[in-house]
Each structure stands twice: as C-alpha cells, then as structure tokens.
Design a binder for this molecule. Sequence first.
Ligand SMILES: [Zn+2]
Ligand SMILES: [Zn+2]
Ligand SMILES: [Zn+2]
Length: 561
Amino acid sequence: MVLTEAEIEAELDRLMEAPEVDEEQVKDLEKRMIEFTKTNREIEDGYGSGSGHPSQLQRVYLVLPDPNSQNSTKLKTQTRRRTRKSPAMDSVYKTDENFAADVAALLAPLPTPQLQEYFNKLITSRRCNGIEVKNNGTIGKGVYANSEFDEDELILKDEILVGIQHSSNKVDCLVCSFCFRFIGSIEKQIGRKLYFKNLGVSGCCDDDSSEEDECVKYNGNEEQCGGSSSSHNTLPEGVVSSLMNGEMALPHTDKFPLPSPLSCPGGCQEAFYCSESCAEADWESSHSLLCTGERSESISREALGEFIKHANDTNDIFLLAAKAIAFTILRYRKLKAEHVDKKAKQSEPKQSLLLEAWKPVSIGYKRRWWDCIALPDDVDPTDEGAFRMQIKNLACTSLELLKIAIFDKECEALFSLEIYGNIIGMFELNNLDLVVASPVEDYFLYIDDLPDAEKEETEEITRPFLDALGDEYSDCCQGTAFFPLQSCMNHSCCPNAKAFKREEDRDGQAVIIALRRISKNEEVTISYIDEELPYKERQALLADYGFSCKCSKCLEDSSSI
Ligand SMILES: [Zn+2]
Ligand SMILES: [Zn+2]
Ligand SMILES: [Zn+2]
C-alpha cells in the first residue's frame, strides 16, 4: 500500500497509542519515513541554488533531550513517547492543515525578476556596486563581479539580516545585541568573565563538546576549572567585582576604548547595545516582540521565557528562527500601516503583504531542518527515521511555546511547522558563522609588545588577571547569522575570495576580500571547507551541504584517481 508522508505519521501515531505496540509494523513505517526523507533530499538537490553552509557550531550545540541518545533503544522509546501529540501540538498541526495554501505560497520560489529586483536594491543599499547576483539556470544563484577586483581588495561588506550570539558564548563576551560589537570596557570584559568563571558557568565548564578540548587542556595545566577557592588562579571576589563595576582600572586600557553599554529600552536586562541607533534598530527589527521586559509587545512574557529556556536547553538556533518570524511579523505590520497611510483605493490583499514582508527571509530557505540535518555519528543509521522524527518533535515543542508568546492572527501561516522547519533548515544550510575578535586579546598583545622595562612593570599588575583567565583570555564573540548576499556565494575548492575580518572590522558584518585578481563577469567564489583537504574528504564534507563539487580542482583531482 502506498501511503503519503502524513498518512505514515498518522499511522505511527495510531500504533503508538495502541496498548500493545507492534514493533514490526513500527519499524516498517519508520523505514518508509526515511525513504520519504531521502526522496525529498534528492528532489531538492536537483535544483540546489546559492550556497549552503551547514554550521559546525550549530551541530555541536544541538542537545537532544535524551542524554543517553547513544543508546538506540532509549532514543526510540523516547521518540515514540514524544510522537503522541499533545493538544498544543495539535494546534501547530492544525495551522499547517488550515493554512496549507498560504504556506505553499510562502515557500514557493521567488520569480527571477522579483529576485533580481530584491538583490539589486540590496546591493545598492550595501554600496557594493562591484558585484551582482545572477540566477544561473543550472547552479542557481551566484555572485558575479561587475568590475575588476585586485588581490586583497574589499568585495563586499554584508549586513546581518538576523543573527544571534550563541547562548554559551554570552558569559565570555559582552557584545551589542544588534551589531555584535564589544561593549563596556576591557576591565568589564575581564571582570565579567572571571565572575562567571568563579560561579562555575564559564564556557570552559559547559558540557558542549566544542569546549571539551580546551577544558582538557585547561585541566592538564593543573588549573581548576571553575571557581574553587583552592585554585591559586582565582582572584578574590572583591577584585573581580571592582573590575566589573569600573572601580578598578588596568594600565593602558585607555588605548582600547569600548562604547558604554545601553540597557534594552524594553527593560529586559538581557539585551545591551553599543548605541541608541542599535537599540532602536533591534527593537524595530525583532526585539519588541521577543523582549522579556515590561515594555515587551509579546502576548505572554511567561511563554516567551519558557520558549527561551527551551531553546537554551536544546538548540539556540530556535532563538534565531524566532527572530526571523518576529522580523517578518513586524515588517508585515509596518507594510500594512504604510498601506493604510497611502489610503490606497484597492486594499492590497493581506496575503500579498505577508509575502512581501517574508521576502528577505524567503531567499534563504531550501529544506526542512529534520530532512537536512546530518545524522550525528552517535546515532545508528537504522535509527535515522526515529532521529528525524525526534528532531521534528523538538521543533514542534519549540514552535508551540513561540506561538503562545508572539502569535499574530494575520500572520498565522508563519506559525506552521512547515515554515518553522524551513527557517531552521535555512540556518543549518545557509548561515555563516558570526565571529568578532576580542579587544581583550588585542590588549594583552599590546602589553606583550611594550618596551621591556614598561612591560615588566605593567605585567606585574596584569599577570594575575591573565593567569586567572587562562587559555580562554582571547575568546571571540561567536554566533550564527544570516547574511543575504554572502549566502548567495557559491563554493569552490580554488576560491577567488574569502571571508576575512580586517583590523577595522569590529562588528558582526561579513567581510569578503579578493584572494587574487578577479576580472569582470567572473563568478566570486568562497570555500565552505578547508580547501587543502584531499579530494575525498572535501567531497564528503561538501555532501553535508547537499552538493558534489565540480570546481576545476575537483575535476582535476577526480580524473587523476
Ligand atoms: Zn551596536
Ligand atoms: Zn529587551
Ligand atoms: Zn571542488
């Protein structure tokens, strides 16, 4: 019997509710689900467009609700338990059913002329007129040089559409919540980090596997990880707090001035800004809906708090997806208000305003998260169906909470699981890591470069702080963001450009520099991976991005095998 994807899911639900679970039948249905996923992937691979950038960080931060997920039986049991839908889950699925046509319209690819117009406007606003985005039938979108570029010349500075600092990075760096510039002072950055470290919540003590290596190294140095009073590297609490509140000044920090932090105008004490303009821009872009402060425009601050906690406990990419949804809702309301202002004779249908509001986000998505996420090494391939179902349920739980927190009746289609899955998938495949270098590192390097006598004198004061900070004194700001133009750049293993932060690039913007001379009409390419790796390893890594590379280097390498 041929079943649709939805029918298989319904059948699985029915089986799960039965008093005696029929293991055989469940296995068979799960296998069919995998087939569906595979077919989806193949279909979508057929017209892969633009670039894909599965985020390594994102994978590391994905924490499955079951701590014993290596144990396949446990994984399955939990998946089955979770497959039973709660009433709230039903409400999410109902949105998908009732708004199927609207959802399909939102997910339909933008017609080429509209796409072209959107990118032309974007390029003008970014003042990077040396490039253009072209839709090339076979490989999809790409960025092309409109003029010549010399080696090391700046090609593009791309602003963030939506971005987040990773939750675990927040204890290490205090940055502007909108532009991701470091704020406060060198003293505040150091004091804050030592304070959290003393509390035992520094990134070093996270159970994130990305930090594991550093933690091992750190322990290997026989230093205490965290705030044990027996550690000779822990500074007294009084010293740390006077650093944080500005009572203590370190030598030479006046050479590294940082903007004073402004609190969020909504009163949340969670978002801080480098300037009034950043605070205002963030409020208008998405924060007015996602602020947990008293002036928040969310419907339920309690649900919002729960949503944020769930994201921090599982995968902080949900926070980024929420920003994309809040961004679209606020843009919709603005477009609607402008429309009313113009007193247009024919009222623009609601749906077309929502499509217009959604356009900036729509250029990025390609696949649903649970279809495109790479199977983690510790999940047995035979459990793939169960794993993907578990991921889908995780997204569903997150969406339920978000829906209670910021629901908007006129934008209901945005709260469908299909849209949510596509937004998260877009960050899985299209994001580029957001990295901003730390001024604290520059500060200690500056001291290291001082003339000998002065250096010795200064280090007497600064050495205890450097020791207390340990290996992570130079942690940079890390996050995930969507850069509309950079995400259109295709991959090559012999790229002619790269993402590179220069000395003056101190915020979250993406900076693309020419690696060699680029002539007019040549495609601008970057490498998504370490292009020095051998052919087979490169192809394996790129398969995670959903394509097989046919650049000149790969063609040459494959013919010599
Ligand atoms: Zn800022
Ligand atoms: Zn706020
Ligand atoms: Zn290649």
